[in-house]
Ligand binder design. Structure first.
Ligand SMILES: *Cc1c(COP(=O)(O)O)cnc(C)c1O
Length: 232
């Protein structure tokens, strides 16, 4: 087994552990290998180790990698998405995690209608109200969900959040719990065209806590591929 495959398996094991601790079924949690900035060889390595879900945050990088990787990869757009780039990924990626405005959702609707396909999305919540982060305020989430729900080709499947960077992951437990609660509140509204089966939360530093608090998708980059170097 390669180093990256060992890392990948180690994260899977930790997820299992967190599931056991919180009485959850590990089958309900999917690990996304966040491969942004990493070369194809590394993606293939982790793919050979069993990974079928990859996360990227730039449209062009994702599209290039899509062409080079096997067809059975599920691609997750996890980064901020500009409306003029939507057309390149609609119909191609498994899930768009980062929808935080009606404007963006309408562009997705337009492109999806053109291609006659349905586009699964998550609504991104800025849970700690950090100015540096994308995502919508928790208090505005319900209204945004109701508006996006009217778009027939856009399928809201849940919520996504990027928690603050913290030394101690326990500090983020409150936020993960709030996102879970918000998803329950939205689910209870029984909004047409909306399901709340997915919670995308938890990264290298805090994914175990996120799983304990109900994450169904965790996005781990550094913990699998190592530190990213943005200077090359
Ligand atoms: C980069 C990134 C991750 C992975 O972060 P790590 O700390 O390296 O695990 C997860 N989610 C999003 C949205 C990201 O941009």
């Amino acid at each position: 087994m390669t180093v990256l495959q060992e890392n990948y398996n180690c994260v899977l094991k930790n997820i299992e552990e967190a599931c056991k601790k919180s009485g959850r079924d590990p089958k309900d949690v999917t690990l996304i290998a966040v491969s942004k900035t990493k070369p194809l060889e590394m993606l293939r390595d982790v793919y050979d180790g069993g990974a079928r879900h990859f996360g990227e945050n730039k449209v062009q990088e994702m599209c290039e990698k899509m062409e080079q990787m096997p067809e059975d990869v599920n691609w997750h757009m996890i980064g901020h998405l500009q409306t003029n780039k939507v057309k390149y990924i609609v119909g191609k990626c498994a899930l768009i995690h980062s929808v935080d405005s009606l404007h963006l959702a309408k562009e997705i609707e337009k492109q999806a209608a053109k291609q006659n396909c349905e586009v699964p999305i998550l609504v991104e919540i800025n849970i700690a109200n950090e100015e540096t982060k994308f995502g919508i305020d928790r208090t505005e989430a319900m209204n945004l969900v109701k508006e996006i729900a009217k778009l027939p080709h856009v399928k809201i499947q849940g919520l996504m959040t990027i928690a603050p960077y913290v030394e101690d992951p326990e500090q983020n437990r409150q936020y993960f719990h709030q996102i879970w609660q918000l998803s329950v509140d939205i689910k209870n509204q029984n909004i047409d065209n909306v399901t709340m089966d997915i919670l995308s939360m938890g990264m290298t530093g805090d994914y175990m806590v996120a799983v304990e608090e109900g994450a169904t998708l965790v996005r781990v980059g550094t913990g699998i591929f190592g530190e990213r170097n943005y200077n090359i």
